[in-house]
Design a protein around this ligand. Structure first.
Ligand code: NIG
Ligand code: FE
Length: 416
């Protein structure tokens, strides 16, 4: 490690003051950048930046490594605040079923979907799950992601949920990357509890939560609040219990129907409410005056062929929003945040500036790390990527399908 200077940066993107926690409504329209810039790193932190013309050199620095970024831009790494990237197996057979005409709900009703993933996860060891997830982490790092939230929720039993969370904990410890763990025991109702859902919820509350607290396995709690999954009343009960164990909610709501999940999230001070493909007028209003971050997942809409979230309307209400991948084997088998941003621009009809704000500072906020990530700010983590030579910022989402990233740095260290 040591000292690193990047000079002649064509444009240094997302330069923010440390007090900026999130950007809302019209604030999302502009992106703060410095053209012809330098950026200085010491160990794992950003220690300075500015315009090349004001560059006076760092004469007292020894062992300074210098990178010339002529023609290239520097961005803070993406924060991916919603993923399920610990899973046992892919589900491309469901993908083919959907092509043939089945819906996500049809597939779930015949035992596919989340229950399919849960069945497969039971048979895997912690080590196998860890090794596979580590590969996915390396894959998303290469694509510019520098922090990620990961959910449990494919266990659906005390042992298997704890197994998933232990895998996430180990990923936190071994990768050095900022990872947040979310307990999603309430992702689906396991088959064996179909006739007695309350017994499973009791298990979540009385068995899983105490063990999670004891082993410090989670930062947040999630519930899939949706028709055929968890009701608003059940969500209310689970979130209240989670809060008692110190877990702030980040929840799945309004993916297929608007049943009041957002209201329950706000009631329990959710850090984020995620999906929001289906919104009623009331849903927007309840978000105003809250500190909650609406989080949108355009690649899920793309992959399932469901409606795209009304991002522009959310923003027109003066609200912020974050973008995340939802990386999971069922509804979004991709953790490529570059494609998330591109798709958001095209389908939500939002500008690249709005999308980049959503995938950096707002996404950092949605995982509680806005004080250390999500922007180029002195004192924040040296998490950034250097692009290939590109003509403009808009070129990144425009040139979709290719990630114009030359190198990625996490904690000041180049990712191989
Ligand atoms: O966010 N909607 C709930 N959970 C995931 C999908 C889970 C799955 O199909 O495996 C999602 O889309
Ligand atoms: Fe999800």
């Amino acid at each position: 490690m040591g000292r690193l200077l990047i000079k002649n940066i064509k444009e240094l993107v997302q330069v923010l003051e440390p007090q900026v926690k999130k950007l809302s409504g019209k604030e999302m329209d502009s992106l703060s950048t410095i053209k012809d810039a330098w950026l200085a790193i010491e160990d794992d932190l950003i220690v300075g930046f500015g315009k090349m013309e004001n560059w006076e050199g760092i004469s007292d620095w020894t062992n300074l490594k210098v990178i010339d970024a002529t023609g290239k831009m520097v961005f803070p790494t993406w924060c991916d605040s919603h993923t399920h990237l610990v899973f046992a197996a892919s589900r491309e057979e469901e993908f083919v079923d959907r092509i043939k005409g089945l819906t996500y709900q049809d597939i779930a009703a015949k035992g596919g979907g989340i229950l399919n993933s849960a069945k497969k996860l039971q048979t895997k060891t912690e080590e196998e799950l860890y090794n596979d997830a580590l590969k996915r982490i390396q894959e998303i790092q290469q694509m510019g992601t520098g922090a990620v939230e990961i959910k449990s929720g494919y266990g659906l039993s005390v042992d298997a949920e704890l197994k998933m969370l232990r895998v996430i904990k180990k990923l936190k410890q071994t990768t050095g990357m900022e990872i947040k763990a979310t307990f999603l025991g309430a992702h689906a109702i396991p088959v064996e509890f179909k006739e007695n859902r309350t017994a499973y919820i009791d298990l979540i509350i009385n068995e899983m939560l105490p063990k999670i607290k004891e082993e410090k396995l989670a930062d947040y709690i999630d519930v899939f609040c949706e028709t055929n999954y968890y009701t608003v009343e059940e969500t209310d009960r689970i979130l209240a219990a989670g809060l008692k164990y110190g877990l702030t909610p980040k929840i799945h709501v309004n993916q297929f129907s608007s049943i009041g999940g957002i209201h329950i999230g706000i009631k329990h001070n959710a850090l984020s409410v995620d999906h929001l493909e289906v919104m009623k007028e009331d849903d927007y209003k309840i978000l105003i005056n809250s500190e909650c971050m609406p989080t949108l997942l355009p690649t899920c809409s793309y992959f399932l062929g469901i409606p795209y979230s009304p991002a522009k309307k959310i923003k027109d209400y003066g609200l912020p929003f974050a973008l995340a991948s939802d990386f999971n084997p069922g509804s979004t088998p991709s953790g490529n945040m570059n494609f998330v941003i591109s798709l958001a621009c095209i389908k939500y009809k939002i500008t690249p500036e709005v999308a980049i704000n959503a995938a950096t500072i707002n996404a950092a906020y949605a995982m509680g790390i806005e004080h250390t990530q999500g922007s180029i700010t002195v004192g924040k983590k040296a998490n950034f990527f250097i692009t290939e030579e590109i003509p403009s910022i808009a070129f990144l989402p425009y040139y979709f399908g290719k990630n114009c990233i030359e190198s990625v740095y996490i904690n000041g260290k180049k990712i191989d």
